[in-house]
Design a protein around this ligand. Structure first.
Ligand code: ADP
Length: 184
């Protein structure tokens, strides 16, 4: 499913984000930046040790990465030249600022991409794995945040959501149809 928001193509695909050939892929990292399970583990395995090496340097200079913030490293052996590491919120029931923190994770990742003059970015479904954010509300926050950003900033060519499983992909399609009718 895809549509154009302002000047940017926004698309949803089912797949493995480690295979994306966008300028950057976004990692749903944890504050320690030392790798982990899920998409984080897959990105480090596919990209090789250069990514972890830069994460270690960032960690040494700045300490743990707060929830909702983002940093950028090399993509190592990935097709994407860069990995943007962001930390989504752990789901605690929805009354602990989760939606705003999730929005911040997407916004800060997009800001970094624009600052580095990157043109294309892929996102996974941040926080909906181990961090337990229910996928339907997470999809709404993710897409609304990206759409709001693209309506203000025209510099990106494409934003792709690469969703690992069909249930997640369908949840994002439903959310996008509600937020921006007219996509196909
Ligand atoms: P979090 O800790 O932020 O919840 P997870 O990695 O546990 O992050 O899960 C986030 C989403 O990423 C889940 O929908 C999971 O299925 C998905 N995922 C796992 N591996 C990949 C991959 N290789 N490409 C894209 N998405 C992936």
């Amino acid at each position: 499913m895809e549509l154009t928001i302002n000047k940017t193509r926004l698309s949803l695909v089912q797949g493995d984000i480690t295979q994306s050939d966008t300028d950057a892929i976004v990692n749903a990292a944890n504050p320690g930046l030392m790798g982990g399970g899920g998409v984080d583990g897959a990105i480090h395995r596919a990209g090789g040790p250069a990514i972890l090496e830069e994460c270690r340097q960032i960690r040494a200079e700045r300490g743990r990465l707060p929830t909702g913030q983002a940093v950028i490293t090399t993509g190592g052996k990935l097709r994407a030249k860069h990995v943007i590491h962001t930390v989504g919120p752990v789901w605690h029931g929805g009354d602990s600022g989760e939606a705003e923190l999730l929005a911040s994770a997407y916004r800060e990742s997009l800001k970094l991409a624009v600052e580095r003059a990157l043109k294309t970015v892929s996102f996974p479904s941040i926080s909906t794995g181990v961090y337990g954010y229910p996928v339907a509300p997470a999809a709404k926050v993710a897409l609304q945040t990206v759409i709001d950003f693209l309506n203000r900033d025209e510099s990106l060519g494409e934003v792709v959501f690469v969703l690992f499983d069909s249930t997640t992909c369908r949840a994002y399609e439903t959310a996008l149809q509600e937020l921006a009718p007219g996509g196909k």
